[in-house]
Unconditional design. Structure first.
Length: 212
């Protein structure tokens, strides 16, 4: 252990302990100063009380370390939750852009099977996004509960009251439901297109090419 100059301190030494003291740097002529207030706190302590205090301090240090590591994990999940919708939206945007390019080159009409394939691909991306968001949200909530147990009071206790508030749901819940609804719509569109439902032909009209 290292102690700065002019900081009162005591060191507990059990029986037969050996201690080496090394003083470094410049020091004043008189480098020992009495500390009556520290003596009043430490001289009355028994060996068992010292050991109990040491265990309590180590326990608190362990809790603090766990809290810090949990906060880092919680923040990482929080960061992923906000980035994931943008990632899947970008992926879907790429699919739509490629498809629009194909449509423009094909004279604005494509086979019904290709329309079904595009709808299916977008639906699968939305389904994957829904599942991924739900899993990250689940672990994000679990980590928040662990932090609430380690925290006497504060943010994570207040956060617990907002969970399950359907009047003003959390952003991840909104993302999950939007992705879920869109995935169902696109998968249904893919199935209807593949089965050549008349409603699909009516909606797409001239965008469908017929093969002899």
């Amino acid at each position: 252990m290292t102690i700065e100059p002019r900081v009162p301190h005591n060191v507990y030494l059990p029986n037969d302990a050996i201690i080496h003291t090394v003083k470094q740097g410049q020091s004043a002529y008189r480098d020992w100063h009495p500390a009556p207030s520290l003596n009043a706190l430490t001289r009355k302590l028994s060996e068992s009380e010292v050991q109990t205090l040491a265990k309590s301090h180590r326990s608190k240090s362990t809790i603090d370390e766990r809290f810090s590591s949990y906060v880092a994990i919680y923040n990482n999940f929080d960061n992923i939750i906000w980035k994931m919708p943008a990632f899947f939206a970008a992926a879907i945007g790429v699919v739509i852009a490629l498809f629009a390019n194909i449509v423009s080159r094909a004279g604005a009409s494509l086979p019904l099977g290709l329309w079904a394939l595009v709808f299916l691909l977008i639906g699968l991306l939305l389904t994957l996004g829904t599942y991924s968001l739900a899993r990250v949200r689940q672990h994000h909530t679990i980590m928040g509960r662990h932090l609430r147990k380690l925290e006497p009071e504060g943010y994570f206790h207040e956060r617990q009251h907002t969970l399950g508030n359907w009047k003003l749901p959390a952003a991840p819940i909104v993302f999950i439901y939007v992705f879920a609804v869109l995935s169902v719509l696109f998968l249904a569109a893919a199935a209807a297109t593949a089965m050549d439902v008349e409603f699909v032909r009516t909606v797409l009209r001239s965008k469908i090419s017929t093969t002899p």
